[in-house]
Each structure stands twice: as structure tokens, then as C-alpha cells.
Design a protein around this ligand. Structure first.
Ligand code: ZN
Length: 245
């Protein structure tokens, strides 16, 4: 699997960043376990928590000089929300992606709107937006409604695992070729997804209440995936074993 870079914006707390890194370490350990179950070896998957990075010896006006530049360049000044489509495109065409193909997991302290499907209209403010095999962007803004700090981190953990799942192709597996090549939209893929049975990190949640329920159930059950998602993960891990990525 490609290396995974974790990035976060200014307002993300240390506790939130740590929870995200911990969730990623756990899910990567889980993938290794799935490989062992199949008696195959999986090369260690590199996790790079670069956080709110900035290049040394660069000026604030230079493109790609810091993560702050990515965030500011995709911020809609009118709504104060980050445009998912803009940030995904910046990540897609950045020089680092070309020189060193990797997966990005982004945490934002601001709201995120999903404008990946339509060019205009009122874009919904979402928990997250994912371009499979490239980047997942997670907004922590809605989590601030949760008063209990512990529960807030549990929900963040669930969001990280869930959206990493989408990043690597859960619940249905990655299509052969990119989304642009297949012409299949993200919503079409969601519609054709197999029904997920809770507890499973891939259960879709539409509200903060649903997210809290799913996160609590996942922790209580102590398992990550339902039977079908587990089967898909087995085949994803199997294909990783035989690919250079
Ligand atoms: Zn599932």
C-alpha cells in the first residue's frame, strides 16, 4: 500500500491529532492481521503524521509551501467552509503526489462542503469527503456539538476509520481504473454498496446522533467490520500482496 500522510489544520488539537494517529495505527495493525489470517505477508504500511507542516526557506505566498496554503486556497471566503472539490484537486495535482504517490488523510477544524457532484447550489456541510485511492478530508466542526470530550474522540476515531475505509475502497472495493475513467459517481457507488450490518465502521451516518450511536456500538463490540466488509477487506489485502503499491 502507498504511504499514508496525515495532515491537519491550525485549529485541530493535539488530542484530536493523537486520536487520529492512534486510530490509523489500529486499523493498519488490523490489515496486517487480515493478511496473516490468509497466510500472506503484507509489507509494513508507512504512516507519516506531517500535521500542519510548512516548508523551511519558503515564503508565505509560495504555492504548496505549507498545509495552511492548501487550506486557505480551498476556503470559500463567503461561507467560511472548505470546498472539497478544490482541496481534492490541489492534492491531485500537487508536486509531491507526482514525485511520491501516497494517500492523504486530512483533518480540518473548519466546515467542509461537498461540491464534488454539482457545480452550484447549496452544498451540504459534511463530516467528510473522499476521493478513493487519493485523499480523504474529515471536518471536525460538527463534533464540537458533543460536550463529552471522551465521546467526541470516540466519534473522531470512527470518522477516521470509516473514511480511511472509503479511501482504500470499502465497502465495495476499488474499481479498476480511476473514478473518472469508469464514469461512476461517488453517490452511484454508495447506492450500489452492499448493505452494511452494524456494528461496522463502514455504516453510513447522516447526523451527529447517528454517529454517536455507531461509534459507541463499535467500541462496545470491539470489532471493526461487518462480515461482508471483512470479506471485501480480505480481497483488498490479498490484491495488495501482489501489487507494487
Ligand atoms: Zn460493513
Amino acid at each position: 500500500m502507498k504511504p499514508i500522510t496525515i495532515l491537519w489544520s491550525d485549529g485541530v488539537s493535539e488530542a484530536e491529532a493523537k486520536e487520529c494517529i492512534g486510530a490509523m495505527r489500529d486499523i493498519l495493525r488490523f490489515l496486517q492481521k487480515v493478511a496473516v489470517e490468509q497466510d500472506i505477508g503484507l509489507a509494513p504500511i508507512m504512516l507519516r503524521p506531517y500535521g500542519n507542516w510548512a516548508l523551511q526557506n519558503s515564503t508565505a505566498n509560495e504555492a504548496y509551501h505549507s498545509f495552511r496554503w492548501y487550506w486557505e486556497s480551498s476556503l470559500d471566503q463567503r461561507s467560511g467552509q472548505v470546498s472539497a472539490a478544490t482541496l481534492i484537486d490541489i492534492v491531485r495535482y500537487e508536486p509531491w503526489q507526482h514525485a511520491d504517490p501516497h494517500l492523504d488523510l486530512v483533518l480540518l477544524h473548519t466546515e467542509l462542503h461537498d461540491d464534488t457532484e454539482n457545480q452550484d447550489g447549496d452544498f451540504p456541510s459534511v463530516f467528510a469527503c473522499t476521493e478513493p485511492d487519493l485523499v480523504t478530508i474529515i471536518s471536525l466542526r460538527h463534533l464540537s456539538q458533543i460536550a463529552d470530550a471522551n465521546l467526541r474522540l470516540k466519534c473522531l476515531r470512527n470518522l477516521v476509520m470509516h473514511n480511511f475505509g472509503h479511501l482504500v475502497g470499502l465497502p465495495n472495493g476499488l474499481p479498476s481504473g480511476s473514478r473518472a475513467q469508469t464514469g461512476e459517481s461517488a453517490s452511484a457507488k454508495r447506492a450500489s454498496a452492499h448493505p452494511c450490518v452494524a456494528p461496522c465502521i463502514m455504516v453510513e451516518t447522516q447526523s451527529i446522533d447517528e454517529l454517536m450511536t455507531v461509534a459507541a456500538a463499535a467500541e462496545e463490540a470491539g470489532i471493526y467490520l461487518c462480515k461482508t466488509c471483512h470479506e471485501v477487506t480480505r480481497s483488498l489485502v490479498f490484491s495488495l500482496h501482489f501489487s507494487t503499491n
